[in-house]
Design a protein around this ligand. Structure first.
Ligand code: GRG
Length: 337
């Protein structure tokens, strides 16, 4: 692994193999480059100038973590790679790297958390799209995994992505056993029955029901928020933060996690299939209990803004170091897909 050196606040020297030209990043994310020189990575520049770099970095790490499709069983490995590498905004890895920037954690230390959480996210999307769940044909503008392959392969691919996430965390060489254990516990809790899976179970049971706003938000905080929180908290674990900082980041993450799902619901109502990459209007078709569905788009938008503003208040203690998180929070509530 190439070392990353933090020099003075606001400047980081990164090795050539990690460099992407900002803002237009190198697109050859599968190429293996060699360390030949170093370049400056300006942390005082707006975070959006580093988005392509981090997105490519996350995709590169995922590429390396996944078994090659030439390895037996080829079809399973191909489906796993399709599920993970076929697009995606990489919001959760971006949150890991942005929190790491805020806390001064080198990105090489953040890679495995970013990779593991994105693998769990990809696995959840495969299951979410299955006929037994939301029964969707389109994801990220492409056929869903069970449409591209078949249902059994999609189930198995998702089943294999989940343990892969934990093996990525367990096999990290440069993180202490104690920290690895904390990360494994965090990701397990966030993805299990008291996290994402539990939220999905509540979501399915709530179809056709009239839920209160607080019940919906609780469901969102599990179904979607748990992994978003884990992304931020994982970087906090790696950054060895104080109790106050830890609490501030957890509260920020909780608000942003709920806002992310409300925005997703608004896009389902107002977005176009070609832009959001999945069938628009599917929540209504399935009778989903959603914030805009029950309270209207205007109320959903207002609540999103309220959550965003509340989230920002919690990270004021970090001052300008939290700019990357502010940028991502705004992106989450303003995004178009
Ligand atoms: C069986 C253990 C087990 C888990 C499955 C299916 C499931 C439980 C959970 C689904 C949770 C889920 C899909 C929540 C929706 C979250 C959401 C808004 C996803 C879209 O995220 P984006 O916009 O997607 O970040 P991209 O494509 O950009 O990665």
């Amino acid at each position: 692994m190439v070392p990353v050196f933090c020099l003075t606040k606001g400047t980081r020297i990164i090795a050539q193999s990690q460099r992407r030209t900002c803002p237009q990043a190198t697109k050859s994310v599968y190429a293996t480059s060699h360390i030949s020189n170093v370049t400056e990575f300006d942390l005082s520049a707006p975070f959006n100038e580093r988005i392509d770099y981090y997105t490519d970095r996350a995709t590169d790490q995922l590429h390396k973590a996944l078994p090659p499709s030439s390895q037996v069983p080829e079809r399973l490995h191909e489906a796993m790679r399709y599920a993970v590498l076929n697009g995606g905004k990489r919001v959760r890895p971006l949150l890991v790297y942005a929190t790491g920037e805020c806390l001064g954690v080198p990105e090489s230390r953040l890679d495995t958390a970013a990779t593991a959480i994105e693998l769990i996210h990809a696995f959840s999307l495969v299951h979410d799209d299955l006929p037994a769940m939301d029964d969707d044909d389109l994801r990220r503008g492409k056929p869903t995994v069970h449409k591209q392959y078949d249902e059994a392969t999609a189930i198995l691919a998702a089943d294999a992505l989940q343990p892969l996430a934990f093996s990525v965390l367990a096999n990290t060489a440069d993180i202490s056993p104690d920290t690895k254990l904390r990360l494994i516990r965090l990701v397990a809790a966030a993805s299990g029955s008291i996290g994402m899976t539990g939220g999905q179970s509540i979501d399915l049971a709530a179809e056709g029901c009239r839920l209160s706003a607080s019940t919906i938000e609780h469901m969102y905080s599990l179904k979607t928020g748990a992994l978003i929180e884990a992304s931020i908290v994982s970087a906090a674990i790696l950054g060895e933060v104080s109790a106050d900082q830890d609490k501030a980041l957890a509260l920020f993450a909780h608000r942003i996690g709920i806002a992310f799902q409300i925005k997703d619901d608004i896009l389902d109502v107002e977005g176009e299939t070609e832009i959001i990459g999945k069938p628009a209007g599917s929540d209504e078709r399935l009778g989903k209990a959603t914030f805009p569905g029950l309270f209207g788009v205007a109320a959903a938008r207002a609540r999103c803004t309220e959550l965003f503003e509340d989230a920002l208040q919690h990270i004021e203690i970090f001052g300008s170091d939290a700019e990357p998180l502010r940028w991502l929070a705004r992106y989450i509530v303003e995004r178009g897909h």
